[in-house]
Design a protein around this ligand. Structure first.
Ligand SMILES: Cc1ncc(COP(=O)(O)O)c(C=O)c1O
Length: 367
């Protein structure tokens, strides 16, 4: 059997008629940027997340950077980010002109460790970016408590967690603002790059919308310099077809995860852990094992694709080296060479999950 890491084709085939129609309509109307599709998506996604404003933009990296700028963060400021994430989280801080300050993560939850945040706060700190990595919510109550005490913004990086919930609240509705990516492989993915900036704060929303559209407040009214970071209409049309299915797809991811939990529980792999009050959406299903390279190779030889998210933690990447060392991030260091992402997507068949689990089992038996 061959098991893909993510098979986007299956999802496309399940919504082919609606997607093809929506794309064709945009082409026939030759309205390719902005317009009613984009507006409709912004409104629907804001309502889905439970937030007043959703401003669309070109991708999830721009979304982080623009929101930081809209919060007035720039040169001379520091922003706290987790040591373990996709580079966009820290890159956006740098491109906004500020300095990312890395904080270690929780062992099997992969989100920023709130107990270690306070030590990283300085008079220059302006914001914390918790990342709901792998679809598991970060510990928002503790993070907000620290932020409130130090008067910091909290910008949620929700690129991997559309629809996840923390204590009954949708992630993206908890901090001062939230950034989403709609990259094709995400839980809610477009058919190209796209991003969304969400907030209940009118001032942040207004500034973010201006920055993303050349500093304009209304046509030709450039109150500042901004940039071009717009969602194109084709992406919005696809997202409008897909959003109503997101709840069902996330449920299927949780069902797949439950099966993995059950089938892998007695093996020498450590499985994700999260508290009862969190409802994750399993963008990734990450296990930890001492023989990661061996297991990865064995799975590959048996037709199972896997991934590593991510092989090098952020502070150890070339752009951030210096000023800190591995010992500053003991938890991220401990799992960095042990993490392995197994295939995970809503349309996976039970037989495929069973095959992945059986293959993992035979690997450990052969040792
Ligand atoms: C945690 C995280 N933040 C930000 C991004 C950036 O999103 P985009 O690729 O749309 O720029 C990603 C995308 O992979 C991500 O995983």
């Amino acid at each position: 059997m061959k098991v893909e890491f993510v098979d986007l084709k299956r999802q496309y085939l399940s919504i082919k008629t609606e997607v093809d129609e929506a794309i064709s309509k945009v082409i026939q109307e030759t309205s390719f940027v902005g317009g009613t599709e984009v507006k409709a998506f912004e409104e629907a996604f804001a309502a889905f997340t439970g937030v007043k404003h959703c401003i669309s933009c070109a991708n999830g990296t721009d979304s982080l950077e623009i929101l930081l700028k809209a919060m007035g963060i720039g040169p001379g400021d520091e922003v706290i980010v987790p040591s373990h994430s996709w580079i966009s989280t820290s890159e956006a801080v740098t491109t906004a002109g500020a300095k990312p300050v890395f904080v270690d993560t929780l062992p099997l939850r992969y989100t920023i460790d709130p107990a270690k945040i306070e030590k990283a706060v300085t008079p220059r700190t302006k914001a914390i970016i918790p990342v709901h990595l792998c679809g598991i919510p970060a510990e928002m109550d503790e993070i907000l408590d620290i932020a409130n005490r130090h008067k910091l913004f909290v910008l949620e990086d929700c690129a991997q967690a559309h629809g996840a919930e923390y204590k009954g609240k949708r992630i993206g509705s908890i901090g001062h603002a939230a950034s989403f990516s709609f990259y094709p492989g995400k839980n809610l993915g477009a058919y190209g790059d796209a991003g969304g900036m969400l907030t209940n704060d009118d001032a942040i929303a207004e500034k973010a919308a201006m920055i993303a559209n050349h500093g304009q407040k209304g046509k030709h009214n450039h109150l500042m310099e901004g940039r071009n970071s717009r969602m194109d209409t084709l992406q919005a049309a696809v997202l409008n077809v897909k959003l109503p299915q997101l709840g069902k797809w996330n449920e299927l991811r949780r069902k797949n995860a439950a099966l993995y939990f059950n089938l892998l529980k007695d093996l020498p792999t450590e499985l994700p852990q999260y508290p009862d009050y969190s409802t994750p959406v399993y963008h990734l299903f990450v296990v930890q094992t001492n023989n990661r390279e061996g297991l990865m190779q064995f799975l590959k030889e048996h037709g199972v694709a896997t991934g590593i998210h991510y092989p090098v933690m952020l502070p150890m990447l070339p752009p951030y080296k210096g000023g800190h060392n591995e010992a500053d991030f003991p938890v991220s260091v401990a799992y960095q060479n042990r993490i392995l992402s197994l295939p995970m997507f809503p349309e996976m068949e039970e037989a495929e999950i069973q095959y992945v689990a059986e293959t993992v089992k035979s690997f450990f038996k052969s040792k």
